[in-house]
Design a protein around this ligand. Structure first.
Ligand code: NAD
Length: 246
C-alpha cells in the first residue's frame, strides 16, 4: 500500500530543489499535490516533471502574503477535498556579514522563511483541526541550530521556525494534527550551487559522511513525517546532515 494514497498535500517553494523533490516523493506514494511558488515558468516545468494531469496543481503565490497562502490551501481543499499535509519549504538567502547586511536583506529573509512558515502553519492548522488530522512539515536548517557567520538573517529565521514548530505542535496535538521540522545540512540545489567553491569545500570538510546530501534525501524524511509512519511524532526536529554538527 502507498504511504500517502488519497492524501492531499501542499508544498511551498515546490517548483524546484528540495520542494520539487518532496512533491516527487509524495506523488510516488499516491498523494495529490499542490505546488506553490513565485516562479511561474519553473512551476510549469515542475508540473510536467511530476507527470502532469489533475493530480498535480500549480499555484503562483508568495508565502509572505497571507491571502496567497490561504489561496494555495483553498486550492487543495477545493480540488482534492482535504488538506492532509502542508510543507513549508519556500526559501531565499541574502547572505552578508552584519556589517554589510542591509535592513531590507534581514527583513526579506525573515518574511519568506519565518513569516511564510507561520502563514502556512496557521492556515493549514485551521483546516486540519476541523478534519481532526494532518501533518505539517516545516523546513528549517542546520544554520538555525548552530548559527552561521554571514547568515544572521537566515539563522535567526531558521531557529525561529523551530520555536514556531514546537509552539504550534503543542496547540494542535490534541486535535490529531502533528507539526515537525527538518534541519537539512548541505544539500545540492540551486541555492547551494550559487556558493563560491571555497565555501562549499569548507562546508564539505565539516561533514562526517564526507559528501553533500541530495534533495531526495531530504524528501524521504519529509515523506516519513507526512505519513502515518511517524504517527506518534510531533514537535520534533530531524537533522538531515550527514552527521554535520551532531
Ligand atoms: P531553491 O532556491 O532551489 O528553491 C527554493 C524555492 O522557493 C524556489 O523555487 C523559489 O522560487 C521559491 N520561493 C522563494 N521565495 C518564495 C516566496 N516568497 N513564495 C513562494 N515561493 C518562494 O532552494 P532549496 O535548496 O531547494 O531550499 C528549499 C528549502 O530548504 C529552503 O527553505 C531552504 O532554506 C532550506 N534548506 C536548504 C538547504 C540546502 O543546502 N539547499 C539547507 C538547509 C535548508
Amino acid at each position: 500500500m502507498s504511504l500517502l494514497g488519497n492524501r492531499a498535500a501542499v508544498v511551498t517553494g515546490g517548483a524546484r530543489g528540495i520542494g520539487l523533490a518532496i512533491a516527487t516523493a509524495f506523488r510516488r506514494e499516491g498523494a495529490r499535490v499542490v505546488i506553490a511558488d513565485l516562479d511561474k515558468a519553473a512551476l510549469e516545468a515542475a508540473h510536467a516533471e511530476l507527470g502532469g494531469g489533475d493530480d498535480v496543481t500549480t499555484v503562483v503565490s508568495d508565502v509572505t502574503r497571507a491571502d496567497d497562502v490561504e489561496r494555495m490551501i483553498a486550492t487543495a481543499t477545493d480540488r482534492y477535498g482535504a488538506l492532509d499535509v502542508m510543507v513549508n519549504n519556500a526559501g531565499i538567502t541574502r547572505d552578508a556579514t552584519m556589517r554589510r547586511m542591509s535592513e531590507d536583506d534581514f527583513d526579506q529573509v525573515i518574511a519568506v522563511h519565518l513569516k511564510g512558515c507561520w502563514h502556512g502553519t496557521r492556515a493549514a492548522a485551521a483546516v486540519m483541526r476541523e478534519q481532526r488530522r494532518g501533518s505539517i512539515v516545516n523546513i528549517s536548517s542546520l544554520s538555525g541550530k548552530v548559527g552561521v557567520a554571514g547568515q544572521t538573517n537566515y539563522s535567526a529565521a531558521k531557529a525561529g521556525i523551530v520555536g514556531l514548530t514546537k509552539a504550534a505542535a503543542k496547540e494542535v496535538a490534541y486535535l490529531g494534527v502533528r507539526v515537525n521540522a527538518i534541519q537539512p545540512g548541505l544539500i545540492r540545489s540551486a541555492m547551494t550551487e550559487a556558493m563560491p567553491q571555497k565555501v562549499w569545500d569548507q562546508k564539505l570538510s565539516e561533514i562526517p559522511m564526507l559528501r553533500a546530501g541530495e534533495p531526495a534525501e531530504v524528501a524521504s524524511v519529509a515523506l516519513f513525517l507526512a505519513s502515518d509512519l511517524s504517527s506518534y511524532l510531533t514537535g520534533t526536529v530531524l537533522e538531515v546532515t550527514g552527521g554535520r554538527f551532531m
